[in-house]
Design a binder for this molecule. Sequence first.
Ligand SMILES: *Cc1c(COP(=O)(O)O)cnc(C)c1O
Length: 347
Amino acid sequence: MIDLRSDTVTQPSLAMREAMFQAPVGDDVYGDDPTVNSLEERVAALFGKEAGLFTPSGSLANQLGIRMLVKPGEEILTEVNSHIVRAELGAAATFSGITTRTWEDPRGFFDADRALNIARPNSGPYLVSTTAIAVENTHNFGGGTVQSIEEIRKLHVAAQALEIFTHLDGARIWNAHVVSGISFSDYGQNFDTISVCLSKGLGAPVGSILLSTKERIVSARQWRKRYGAGMRQIGMLAAAGHYALDNNISRLADDHRRAKSLAQSAAHALPGSVNPEHVDTNIVALDLSMTKTTAAEVNAALKAEGILASALGPKFLRLVTHLDITDADIEKTNQVLSGLLQRAFMA
Ligand SMILES: *Cc1c(COP(=O)(O)O)cnc(C)c1O
């Protein structure tokens, strides 16, 4: 199977497994795991933050971060198709009593003014107060969109003046960095809390890191335990994270090149389904709304040919490249998909 459902499906390589096997470990609830400690410190330093916290998922890193910024009954603003509001099953409300309000960015491309226009800090006794704004970079459901650092800086300056905190859902910040050349610390200084994933394009089996001040991370560590995600000898997982940071960042450019090829082929077969110029990273979001075909139908036809993709909406098909996808896989996918899209175009 050529698995383009997500970059979460990657298999840990032999060399990564070897690093995991060799890792010194300890009880992380006691703060005794040297490999976890060094990973948390390493990623915090990379982003210019005081401290880090290893979590089993990116959702938990997001939710702990948000919880540190927003009190129950207050709100966080985020983009309408962001992971925080679309793919975390209402966790902000369920866990933390936090409400969300959304703005809409075409392709998920962040526009600071759209967020700031709906921000209502310190709203008094009758209205909900905005205490945080979240940005997703890259934007997953928007098609792997890389955000503009100018818009991010603009948000940060304005949010500070309004006493609103900023959170970065940086599950794929690695991909953004490879495309933009913007340093991790430059991203880091514009946000109060940051979540990053090691288990997407970087290829680790498990793990995300929440980054912030020492004080917030101490509190987030308690909440992680309270949620039941205090873990013991997880240095083996952290070792996979170290390996991923050492070896798998710059190679993301290969994933980006392959996604571009998918987009070019799809756009050729079905004009308007995707603009290849907008495909900067490893996600190809195909819009089938100009056809009578549904994403589920194309998905089933692909599957019959040994290719897996994700139907994320009635007309929304997503393909994601990653380190287990080869040039030959892309060639085959282009061949099969363009046939299907051409047929959809004619119908
Ligand atoms: C994958 C992802 C996350 C975290 O997802 P988990 O499955 O909880 O690890 C967070 N934000 C974005 C944008 C993602 O794509």
